[in-house]
Design a protein around this ligand. Structure first.
Ligand code: PRX
Length: 715
């Protein structure tokens, strides 16, 4: 019998206790063929000498990361590469001081003053591009930093929330914060006002930077309205936003119908007139000072503010941009992600700019006005490195399978990120988008990890469709089963993928929730909580994975209650809480359903309070609630009003069972349910409706089956 003390010592938590019984099922994964990088790519690659593997081998850990740190300019050089005295709160490059903005802007002026740092492409095709040279960026960042410091009174360590669309002013704001040592918290522009408000409250920001409007799918959307909602939400939670800084999408013209609030809201262009030509000294920050917060979803409703460091983070994104994105000074690099997500922070702004590259920003929807748009942009700007997510690739493939060949662009390198990519989609990306000329990297990583964790090194390791590849330089992944045993490569078994070692890009903590940080990511496989040896603290990523005999990983998706919709992480609890705000709803369960285009979509199951009858009006209320509380990306594919939820005898809703029904899978063992009879009722109701709509799914792949089986295993 295990005693309470033993249980205490066993590092298991509600948030991380992924049951891995399913992991023991050996699956016969189809092995894909290798693709080799073109000779032309190898000839110019930043990492073309295989001795790089030796430099980053485990015996050279952690000193190997000096190579990344040396890509930066330090005000004071560091003395300790890795400090492990307070696990798992690792500190990198201790003793060093630097400024992230100086590294991304000022230091390039001497050689690249008139080179484009950003080329911005507006969604309306007739609107002209805007080019910001490094000099332009320097001027704008200084002026905005002066405004923040002198008008808003912020100082290093304060948080500023930024809720903006894809415009060049967004990186200007980020870099201005970094210049002052102010911690920016960028909230994805597509998130609702309330979601922004929650993040304001959590981070304790008193300044919100926003924009009046932006274009999306041909429409000029009112964005300022969300600022009012965010501020009102924060006020109700006791956090006062003193100033709302509003950029204007069109010069000198306010494009939002939402009124400005006197004494609180200010037009940035008007304020900036006071700071014309002002220069602000970059504040020299300790390497481990926080650079930014990036919120992401977890198992509870409270989002996690992932806190990233200045020195470690910047070194890591610079190093991985150099070797894995293969960015050279003469390249034109385009990452189609939104800066409001980690991919945009690391691989649109900080990584490329640390290397002095030209980074393209696009405001709108990739398929607007048609599926040829990205290829026209690539041709016109001479883009040669292209970076996007499987969802976008699937959309472009469906909407315009032959479009790429109509345009004369040439990519040397392409990235896929954010979700597993189906080998078939990968091959279209390779042959049609890349015209067989480009190398592809499938980069697996997370908001928490700052930069890539697994990928092929493009000139030195062949590609394999559907597999991200081995751990990247200096990263040593391992797959553990339920008992903490290593799942061997080539066994065909799945388990929890973990990283055995710390690395410079790893986040430092969850803002304001250090215990949750330890519990969620480290407790599950910690070998000895007293130990100060990093070897005892594997990082648990929360993804299921298998490793082939060649060492390549195949990521199967989340093992916790997180749904990855079109590459965006949504927590089931957040979705369910939103549904529960609808008066008629008594219970709610959010589950993923495999979707041909978006990878996964959300389906909501709700049960009504007594006395209410199901209606399409209630379904619509649930949809609207989710859209207003979280954002449009979370809008469920279906809302199913069911007579009752399948529950365990202790009253826990069995999401796994309804997830099985939504995906036309066997719902698994239902004998432990308190109400097993309801399963068949729900199955008939839901599947009949789906069949009537022609939504009978294609056969699911082994990976997808595995993902649905594992879904909701965590309490
Ligand atoms: O499940 C994995 C999936 O996206 C999750 C991380 O999401 P987020 O923090 O929003 O960051 C997305 C951009 C890095 C992971 O836990 N994921 C990410 N990249 C891949 C992936 N799944 C499969 N293959 C990938 N390349």
């Amino acid at each position: 019998m295990s005693t309470q003390r033993e249980a205490d010592r066993r590092p298991e938590t509600a948030e991380t206790g992924a049951e891995l019984s399913e992991a023991h099922i050996a699956v016969h994964w189809k092995e894909e063929e290798y693709y080799y990088p073109p000779a032309s790519f190898i000839a110019q690659a930043n990492a073309a000498d295989p001795r790089i593997f030796e430099r980053f081998s485990e015996k050279n850990f952690p000193e190997c990361f000096k190579e990344y740190a040396d890509l930066l300019t330090w005000d004071r050089y560091w003395h300790t590469t890795l400090d492990t005295s307070n696990p798992p709160f690792w500190k990198w490059f201790v003793g060093g001081r630097l400024n992230a903005c100086f590294n991304c802007v000022d230091r390039h002026l001497e050689q690249h003053r008139n080179k484009a740092a950003f080329i911005w492409v507006a969604e309306p095709e007739e609107e002209e591009d805007r080019v910001l040279t490094y000099q332009d960026l320097y001027v704008k960042v200084n002026e905005f930093a002066a405004l923040l410091r002198d008008f808003c009174g912020v100082k290093s360590g304060d948080r500023v929330t930024v809720h903006m669309p894809m415009v060049p002013e967004l990186p200007v704001v980020m870099l201005a914060c970094a210049r002052l040592g102010v911690i920016h918290s960028v909230v994805f522009g597509g998130f609702s006002g309330q979601a922004c408000g929650e993040r304001i409250v959590d981070s304790g920001s008193h300044i919100l930077v926003t924009m009046d409007a932006y274009y999306r799918n041909g429409e000029l959307l009112d964005h300022k309205a969300k600022a009012d909602q965010a501020v009102a939400y924060a006020a109700a939670q006791g956090v006062t936003v003193d100033k709302v800084l509003v950029w204007r999408r069109h010069r000198g013209r306010y494009s939002s119908p939402t009124p400005m609030v006197a004494g609180r809201d200010y037009f940035v262009d008007e304020l900036l007139m006071r700071y014309r030509g002002v220069r602000v000294e970059p504040v020299s920050m300790p390497a481990e000072a926080p650079l930014f917060l990036m919120y992401t979803s977890g198992t509870t409703a409270r989002p996690k503010g992932c806190q990233h460091s200045t020195g470690g983070y910047l070194a890591y994104v610079a190093g991985t941009s150099k070797y894995y994105q293969d960015i050279h000074p003469e390249d034109t690099y385009w990452c189609l992600a939104d800066i409001g997500w980690i991919t945009g922070h690391s691989y649109i702004v900080y990584g490329p700019l640390a290397l002095g590259a030209t980074s393209v920003l696009y405001e709108g929807v990739p398929t607007y006005p048609d599926a040829g748009r990205p290829w026209r942009i690539a041709e016109r700007l001479g883009v040669n490195i292209f970076h996007t997510a499987p969802t976008t690739i699937r959309m472009l493939r469906k909407a315009g399978p032959d479009e790429p060949q109509k345009y004369r662009y040439h990519f040397k390198h392409m990235t896929t990120v954010g979700e597993p990519i189906e080998p078939e989609v990968w091959r279209w990306y390779y042959h049609v988008v890349g015209k067989g000329e480009a190398v592809i990297v499938d980069t697996w990583w997370q908001t928490e990890t700052g930069g890539f964790l697994a990928s092929t090194l493009p000139a030195l390791q062949p590609m394999k469709p559907g597999s991200c590849g081995p751990g990247v330089l200096g990263i040593y992944p391992v797959i553990y089963d339920e008992e903490g045993n290593e799942v061997p490569a080539g066994s065909g078994k799945a388990g929890n993928i973990c990283i055995r070692n710390p690395w410079p890009g790893i986040f430092q903590t969850i803002w304001g929730q250090p215990e949750r940080f330890v519990q969620t990511y480290y407790a599950r496989y910690c070998k000895n909580p007293q130990s100060k040896d990093w070897r005892d603290w594997p990082y648990m990523a929360g993804d299921g994975a298998t490793q082939a005999a060649d060492g390549y990983f195949r990521i199967l998706g989340r093992v916790d209650d997180v749904i990855n919709v079109a590459g965006h992480r949504l927590g089931t609890k957040e979705l369910e809480n939103a549904a529960l705000t609808v008066e008629e709803v008594a219970e709610a369960a959010a589950v993923p359903v495999m979707d041909e285009l978006r990878g996964r979509m959300v389906e909501m199951y709700v049960a009504l309070k007594p006395g209410y009858t199901p209606s399409s009006a209630i379904e619509e209320k649930v949809r609207t609630a989710i859209e207003t509380i979280i954002g449009k990306i979370a809008r469920p594919k279906h809302v199913w009003i069911v007579p009752d939820m399948p529950k365990t005898r202790s009253g826990k809703i069995m999401r796994r069972v309804v997830a099985g029904i939504s995906n036309f899978m066997d719902p698994g063992d239902t004998t432990t349910l308190a109400n097993p009879e309801v399963v068949e009722t729900i199955r008939r109701q839901v599947q009949a409706a789906k069949v009537a709509r022609g939504e009978v799914p294609r056969e699911l792949s082994a990976e997808e089956l595995e993902e649905v089986r594992r879904f909701g295993q965590v309490e």
